[in-house]
Design a protein around this ligand. Structure first.
Ligand SMILES: O=C1O[C@H](COP(=O)(O)O)[C@@H](O)[C@H](O)[C@H]1O
Length: 235
């Protein structure tokens, strides 16, 4: 049965250290078990901080980066290389410094001559019918959104693997996202949040407010809420 665990640490710096260490250990364990690891990255500020921390962790040298599959939970639908794309930020924070196998890095399509619906369908095809993720990381928005699944937006009830999102309340307005059923296929889901602007959303989701998308994001074996004290203040 799936278990939910809440980990609270003093501040955003300690949170980034904590998540980075856990991520390295999780990848090393998955590779010991199966020879490879499959990780879903998230966008946002704490995610970039985590990736920058992984870059400087000596323990990360235990990872065979050529056998790591990287996916994204959502993407800001912008042209390739746009500094606001989650992919661009992840590459700058960590990926460009790693000996990854390019065939195992799966960014969501960019807005270069394709519409968001086609791009979402293209990503679903790349995922295949039964994606397998060891760990899926999610930032949590001030409104409790995860990936690009926003409160009261129809994509929250989407049943395919991916969805296009229009008129997002947070810029940019067009996005691509994994759907909630896809998120829920992950072995472990990690919800990561830091700072006082996340207190209300995290508190509401952890107290069962189902209008917050974060309240629905659960893993098959474990769901971890990885929080700093400010974000956890109303849990
Ligand atoms: O736009 C996005 O924002 C959320 C949360 O970001 P944060 O900076 O408030 O931590 C992020 O999880 C999502 O991937 C991203 O597209």
């Amino acid at each position: 049965m799936s278990k939910t665990l809440v980990v609270v640490v003093p501040d955003a710096d300690v949170l980034a250290d904590t998540v980075a260490s856990r991520l390295v250990a999780k990848i090393v364990d998955a590779q010991a078990e199966r020879g490879s690891a499959s990780v879903v990255l998230t966008g946002g500020r704490i995610a970039a901080k985590v990736l920058r921390t992984v870059k400087d962790l000596p323990a990360a040298r235990a990872i065979d980066w050529s056998h790591v599959d990287l996916w994204w939970g959502d993407e800001r639908f912008l042209p390739a290389g746009d500094p606001d794309r989650n992919e661009t930020q992840a590459r700058a924070a960590l990926l460009d410094a790693l000996p990854l196998d390019p065939a195992r890095v799966h960014p969501m399509p960019a807005a270069n001559g394709v519409d968001a619906e086609s791009a979402a369908a293209q990503y679903a095809a790349e995922l295949g019918p039964a994606p397998r993720f060891d760990v899926l990381m999610l930032g949590v928005g001030e409104d409790g959104h995860v990936a690009s699944l926003f409160p009261e937006y129809p994509e929250l009830n989407a049943t395919g693997l991916t969805a296009a999102v229009h008129n997002s309340p947070k810029p940019p307005p067009t996005r691509i996202t994994l759907t909630m059923p896809t998120i829920q296929t992950a072995d472990e889901v990690w919800l990561i949040a830091a700072g006082p602007d996340k207190t209300d959303a995290v508190g509401a989701a952890l107290n069962g407010d189902k209008t917050r998308p974060a309240a629905h994001a659960t893993g098959q074996s474990r769901t971890y809420w990885l929080l700093d004290e400010a974000a956890a203040a109303k849990r």
